[in-house]
Design a protein around this ligand. Structure first.
Ligand code: F6P
Length: 330
């Protein structure tokens, strides 16, 4: 956590970085409106950290964020910037930041965004506050990230439709959801969608065991099943799992990879309100001279979390959910 003198704070910048997530616009709106309410100037840095390096800015007024609370994506664009992960890239970004006379930065994104933000503070004393925006929900220090709830509901809607086909044709389906290195989306939709098994990076499921579950189901008259798989390190992991199931139990699984549909769409009320609360809190933290933190939500309270913790500590999967999912899919 860092402190800086916020006495003369006048001018703040906001950016979105990493994968887009539904609710990022609601967070931008909250940053802009809270800043202007408190007589601060706000500037958007376009395309995330790349825009910081290239000094790509747009001034934001109250009207710039009108009618965006319900829109998916991010109106100020996003990106994953390799150059920023080199010291030279951050040096350029810090120079441009100082030249633009910004006093603080709100960075909306996930663990990669926060890794960069933490370095920007450590190396160049740029005061940054993070707002967790990623569908993956894999950020330590916040119960939920902005976009997770919408992504889960989008995936669930698709899974419910797939279940119709699975039931009509007596089929086994393997549905792959997003979640790089994390199974939060998979577990959440697995439980909500009544899946027979959930494959997540945090928990090793044996293929033999899955085949036994399928066999047990067939014996008691079950004709269709749905398995959920988190993409893990590489999207398309479900093909490998389907092959293993075929080899081990002889079952043919149809594969459906939901992919980027989970990233788009209008945010749920839960995501909009989380975004509004955390975006507004980020500005208040900067105004009080607190930085190198993320505005997180724990037990419904907005709390500051050290940026370094957000990406260096692993957010745990709830083991009770795994157990419950198994009990309910018997
Ligand atoms: O970080 C969010 C996420 O949607 C991951 O679940 C996924 O692995 C990744 O982004 C895909 O990113 P992109 O296609 O934008 O490179």
């Amino acid at each position: 956590m860092g402190v800086f003198s916020a006495n003369g704070i006048k001018n703040i910048a906001v950016l979105t970085s990493g994968g887009d997530a539904p609710g990022m616009n609601a967070a931008i709106r909250a940053v802009v409106r809270t800043a202007i309410y408190n007589k601060l100037k706000v500037t958007a840095v376009i395309h995330g950290y790349e825009g910081l390096i290239k000094a790509e800015y747009v001034n934001l007024e109250l009207s710039s964020v009108a009618n965006i609370i319900q829109r998916g994506g991010t109106i100020i664009k996003t990106g994953r910037c390799q150059e920023f992960f080199e010291p030279e890239g951050r040096e350029k970004a810090a120079k441009a930041f100082k030249q633009a006379s910004f006093d603080g930065l709100v960075a909306i994104g996930g663990d990669g965004t926060f890794t960069g933000a933490n370095l920007l503070w450590n190396e160049h004393k740029i005061p940054v506050v993070g707002v967790p925006g990623t569908i993956d929900n894999d950020v330590f220090g916040t119960d939920y990230t902005i976009g997770f709830d919408t992504a889960v509901n989008t995936a669930l809607e698709a899974i419910d439709k797939i279940r119709d086909t699975a039931a009509s044709h007596d089929r086994l389906f393997l549905v792959e959801v997003m979640g790089r290195n994390s199974g939060h989306i998979a577990l959440e939709v697995g439980l909500a969608g009544g899946a027979e098994e959930v494959f997540i990076p945090e928990n090793n499921v044996s293929i033999e065991e899955v085949c036994k579950i399928i066999e047990r189901g067939i014996k008691r008259g079950k004709r269709s099943s749905i398995l959920i798989c988190a993409e893990g390190k590489v999207a398309g992991r479900s093909y490998e799992i389907a092959e293993q199931i075929k080899k081990s139990g002889g079952y043919e699984a149809k594969i459906c990879i939901l992919g980027h549909v989970q990233r788009g769409g209008s945010p749920t009320a839960k995501d909009r309100n989380l975004a509004s609360r955390l975006g507004s809190a980020a500005v208040k933290y900067l105004m009080s001279g607190q930085c190198d933190i993320m505005a997180g939500e724990l037990n419904q309270e907005v709390v500051p979390i050290a940026l370094h913790d957000t990406f260096s500590k692993k957010k745990k999967i709830n083991d009770d959910w795994i157990k419950l999912e198994k009990i309910l899919s018997i």
